[in-house]
Unconditional design. Sequence first.
Length: 233
Amino acid sequence: MYNARLAAATAAAGGALPISVQYLPYAAIKPNALQDNLLMVQNEQVFDVPGRTQSPYQTQVLFAAAPVRSRARTNTVSFLFRRNLYLTGDGAAPSALYLDFGDGNGYRPATWGQPLATTYATAGTKRVKVKFVYRFNLPPGAPAKGEAAQAIPPGYSVARESWFDFEVMSVAVAARGTTGTPNCAICDDEVPFSLRYCRCRTLRGHGLCHLREGPRRRQAYAAHQAIHHFGRV
């Protein structure tokens, strides 16, 4: 299901690379839970302590971001945040989105569904950073869930950051689609007209690889379709 959503988002991105983001709160045992007699160990098993005065658990958040691909053939790169590629466990929605391309210009504000682009001066591996800001507006004494359950005053913001490495392969290659060789829209492999698999075949099973439009794309698509259905090399 999620792979299909990712493939559809990539095909609809118009050359931009969608970034998947997850914000997942989870409960972790407090470091001092045993010392404070909030939990006890018996026969190598952990049990609750009857009548404890506070919870032995604390809320943590797993925040992670990753692009649909980790490389680009040219030095002009565009990323895109899509709401249907944002996963959250408690319904938390960010109030602000930021992206740092690792190009020396720092964080730039981003918007859902709007591509954000840069042109790198050099090839190589770039450290790309993602920051989402969450604002919680709780009246005093209101019950809270998830991250808002922490002992933080009402009306506060929390910034969550993640990063990934992205490879810029060259600053002097021809733009995509100008060589006549089709590219897979999912894994960005060139798919020569001699029949062969692209890299995403393993991930996507026997599903069809989406080839971008361009010279001789229809012919290549028919050949590629046969590969995925019949497993010929």
